[in-house]
Ligand binder design. Structure first.
Ligand SMILES: [Zn+2]
Length: 456
């Protein structure tokens, strides 16, 4: 295949200003003579659209359509390609935190921006049945409930004019997790040939990747603020990255540049929406240091493994199903930089449980930015009404799920013998702050005596 020509990389953001290179030259010119051309350029180039633009004609998108008919609700369209500049109905870009790589690939001339994807043979590998929460306008506000159906083939007339892309993908896989394989070999998880496929401990799963798609009025309502407050603060706090948050109040949907989530289902996915079936659920927020590299300073990986183990065992019962949802929310959504700075400060100050949250608050201003209020959306999307076993001690996750109207029969803390050496500071502090436990809650004085190990 021959490389695309330069012409392929000129994006027609606006019929009258097709040449970004010329635009950039004029913007950087210091010549007085160029003032006129600069003014012409700024009135020409479409840096953003406003509600008052005469040619604005967004594709209809009715988040609270109260109907399973996704065609009449309309797809989420954000790309400026084709006629997207005037017809888009969402702010932001696809692929969450990876959206900027797309721009870099185009800039580096490795990706033709006018490339048209083929979604042939990429269909969902199992069905997620519609339920009324998808379109009530309030139960699901942080993912697009029809995101797996947003492909050009489902909207052929619209797709001629705009770029339509999915924000959800549904597939299958086989896991080979060393910890689970060891439990199978020890006989603690039986081989059933359906979920645990063989004595080597291979585990069959169904899985779903979801990007974040925010319905702004619903997000604002969830946090008890006005939509204007939300828009203004998102705009200002991203250093003006998304002007249309301000200039297009008619557009209610925003694709934020943040991590998404992945659902791992053990057993029959159709059991999830059936409240007579028993669901074991772990809702997990990513912690690469522990989850992948087994750092001993927190309980993330052991609790995740325990969650998977319980999910498998539940799925192996006649009426059972198991699930883990993995959210990309590194370091409580504060990021790894903050997290490592906190580790340093903790160790320098002597690392006791009574100061555990303070160390984060000193650096980040808050102890947590995961906003569990949005977490139940994926459970609502899957039609979950009852959780038999909740593999989490977090009061924030528990409260969010209960507030969403989902029942939890019992909460299961991480077993004591799975808590790694240096993570007692974290777990004691969390239990003291309200995390669920079947054991005792330490007093303020006792927290001072829970010490982390010293760094040599
Ligand atoms: Zn962790």
């Amino acid at each position: 295949m021959s490389p695309p020509s330069d012409a392929d990389f000129i994006i027609n953001h606006n019929k009258s200003s097709p040449d970004l290179k010329t635009a950039s030259t004029i913007l950087h010119s210091t010549s007085e003579d160029d003032i006129d051309s600069l003014n012409n350029l700024l009135s020409d180039i479409r840096l953003f659209t406003t509600l008052r633009d005469a040619d604005i004609d967004p594709i209809s998108l009715k988040w609270d359509s109260k109907s399973s008919d996704y065609k009449s609700r309309g797809p989420v369209v954000c790309n400026f390609y084709k006629e997207g500049t005037t017809q888009h109905n969402a702010i932001g870009a696809h692929s969450g935190c990876y959206s900027v790589y797309h721009g870099l690939a185009v800039a580096a001339k490795q990706l033709n921006p006018n490339f048209t994807p083929s979604f042939e043979n990429t269909d969902p590998q199992f069905e997620v049945p519609y339920n009324e929460k998808w379109t009530d306008g309030k139960s699901i506000v942080s993912i697009d409930p029809f995101g797996h159906l947003a492909i050009p083939e489902n909207y052929p007339e619209l797709a001629e004019n705009v770029d339509i892309r999915p924000s959800i993908a549904i597939t299958k896989a086989v896991l080979q997790l060393p910890d689970i394989q060891a439990l199978v070999k020890e006989g603690k998880i039986p081989v059933d040939g359906k979920i645990v496929l063989n004595k080597e401990g291979d585990v069959a799963i169904s899985k779903i990747a979801l990007d974040s798609v925010w319905y702004l009025p619903g997000i604002a309502k969830r946090f008890g603020i006005t939509e204007d407050e939300l828009r203004l603060n998102l705009f200002k706090d991203t250093n003006n990255m998304y002007p249309e948050l301000i200039t297009r109040p008619d557009i209610k949907t925003f694709l934020p540049p943040i991590g998404g989530s992945t659902v791992y289902i053990f057993g029959d996915p159709s059991y999830l929406s059936d409240p007579t079936k028993d669901l074991a659920l772990r809702v997990h927020d990513s912690c690469t240091g522990s989850d992948v590299f087994a750092s001993n300073i927190c309980t993330c990986r052991p609790y995740l493994i325990f969650g998977i183990q319980e999910a498998i065992l539940q799925a192996q019962t006649p009426n059972g199903v198991g699930m883990c949802v993995y959210f990309q929310k590194e370091g409580r959504s504060l990021g790894e930089i903050t997290k490592y700075l906190v580790y340093n400060a903790r160790k320098k100050y002597g690392d006791t449980a009574d100061k555990y949250f303070l160390r984060t608050e000193c650096i980040a201003g808050v102890r947590d930015m995961r906003f569990q209020q949005l977490m139940p959306d994926v459970l609502q999307w899957l039609g979950i009404k009852r959780i038999n076993k909740m593999l989490s001690m977090s009061n924030m996750k528990y409260d969010a799920i209960i507030d969403a109207g989902i029942t939890i029969d019992k909460r299961i803390p991480i077993p004591d013998d799975m808590i790694p050496g240096d993570s007692n500071v974290e777990i004691d502090a969390k239990i003291h702050s309200g995390y669920f436990t079947t054991g005792s809650v330490k007093t303020e004085i006792e927290l001072k005596q829970t010490h982390g190990t010293e760094w040599k």
